[in-house]
Design a protein around this ligand. Structure first.
Ligand code: HAM
Length: 423
């Protein structure tokens, strides 16, 4: 036998109930986003590497350590997108979507990061995100947070998620804060964990979200980001929090929430959960008022979020019942003569209901056919032989309960199935 070829590490095959769970989650996102009049945008999975270098920052983990890059057949270096915001902004500039409009967009698709795989962290994962471009008002910050709040509600997981809020100021105030932080941490750099010590030069702000206890202790004494904020950032933060209070959305202020990309300005937020292991972030976002200009567009204030649907699926597996069946009705023709009528029965039910119908294929013995019917997970089997063909009837058998089988006219089949209340 030839050697098997396995899937790439961190990239999963999803099947049956997993796909159905994700489809259910995606459907809820879609419904809520559309109800807020957000418009879907689909951007390519492959972009130029420099889009992310410039957009997310070359020292961000996603760019410096985790990006899948490869040379095109020409000289250009391309990348599998590690996230969606930079692509959306590139598309908005390319298509001039902000000309005469303030687009509110949403997207859904696979993203790629070469991280260390573990439960809830994959190298190909799925995000659904929303981005609103052209708005400065704090009302839009709260609209986006309200959308996600409603989605968590509809997914029946809102009691297991917590919203963290912060304001990280402007690039200018952050540059100043980085200097002050560096001055404070450099003398004690030998006490920091390795990652944080490496970040002192490359990305000192990320030290703030270190999970290492010794580093956390040092940070207690270090300068605080909130003390470096400009008056306008402080005002904006207060305004957003007041609007959240008014909308009855609860949150926790986390002044160590800094986010991983350089593009953020002012408002940042993240929903975390304690329900599923270490990968606790389910959705995150914030303002990126300078990104459009950085990518060559006209200055355009903007804000968005992206949710990791694989992680949301994981938490729902822990917390909610989710029943998935791919076959409801299994149609069994007894002989070759009944084959054509079997197609007609299947077509009839499919055409008159949303019942999922599978036809048996293959010239097996009846016992084998019924075994396949049972294995399919179907609620019912319909058996058709010469008598049924002659009378335009079907013999209906319940596969999961002790009910006796009945022979009924084909015209009554759909009604009998839908009225039985078993789906
Ligand atoms: P992010 O925090 O990098 O933000 O990712 C958002 C969400 O994607 C995370 O909260 C998590 O649920 C999920 N996620 C990230 N990496 C992985 C992974 N390796 N495996 C599974 N799930 C993962 C962004 O991507 C920004 N573009 C969000 C944004 C939109 N900001 C403004 N607009």
């Amino acid at each position: 036998m030839n050697q098997r070829i396995h899937a790439v590490r961190g990239m999963r095959d999803l099947f049956a109930a997993d796909v159905a769970q994700l489809a259910h989650i995606e459907a809820i996102f879609r419904e809520v986003l559309i109800s807020y009049s957000y418009v879907e945008i689909r951007t390519p999975i492959v972009e130029r590497e420099r889009l992310f270098n410039r957009g997310l920052g070359s020292t961000s983990d996603a760019v410096s350590k985790e990006m899948y890059t490869f040379p095109d057949r020409g000289d250009e270096i391309l990348a599998l997108r590690p996230e969606g915001t930079a692509s959306v902004v590139r598309a908005v500039i390319d298509q001039d979507l902000c000309y005469n409009d303030k687009p509110r967009l949403w997207y859904s698709g696979p993203m790629f990061r070469h991280e260390r795989p573990q439960a809830g962290r994959y190298r190909q994962f799925h995000q659904i995100g929303a981005e609103a471009l052209g708005y400065t008002d704090a009302v839009i910050d709260v609209e986006l947070i309200s959308i996600m709040t409603e989605i968590f509600d509809r997914l029946a997981i809102s009691s297991s998620v917590q919203l963290l809020m912060n304001n990280i100021g402007t690039p200018e105030s952050r540059t100043e804060f980085k200097r002050v932080l560096l001055d404070a941490l450099q003398p004690v750099s030998h006490l920091l964990d390795d990652d944080s010590r490496n970040r002192l030069q490359s990305n000192p702000l990320r030290i703030l979200d270190s999970k290492v206890p010794a580093t956390q202790d040092i940070l207690k004494e270090a300068p605080k980001l909130k003390d470096s904020l400009s008056d306008s950032s402080k005002r904006r933060f207060d305004e957003v929090l007041q609007l959240l209070d008014r909308a009855n959305i609860s949150y926790t202020i986390d002044d160590r929430l800094v986010r991983g990309f350089d593009y953020y300005t002012d408002t940042v937020f993240e929903w975390v959960t304690e329900a599923v292991g270490a990968q606790d972030a389910l959705c995150a976002g914030g303002r990126y008022d300078e990104l459009t200009e950085l990518l060559g567009g006209r200055p355009t204030p903007a804000i968005g979020f992206a949710a990791g649907t694989d992680r949301i699926a994981l938490i729902r597996q822990h917390l909610t019942e989710f029943e998935h069946r791919s076959v409801d009705l299994y149609v069994v023709p007894l002989s070759e003569n009944a084959q054509e009528y079997s197609h007609e029965v299947a077509k009839h039910v499919r055409g008159s209901s949303n019942i999922k119908v599978r036809e048996h294929i293959g010239q097996d013995r009846l016992k084998t056919k019924m075994k396949w019917a049972d294995r399919s997970g179907a609620i019912w089997a319909v058996i058709v032989g010469d008598n049924e063909v002659a009378n335009r009837s079907v013999t209906l058998k319940w596969l999961r309960t002790e009910r006796t089988q009945v022979t009924i006219p084909l015209a009554k089949l759909t009604q009998t199935l839908t009225n039985s209340g078993e789906r």
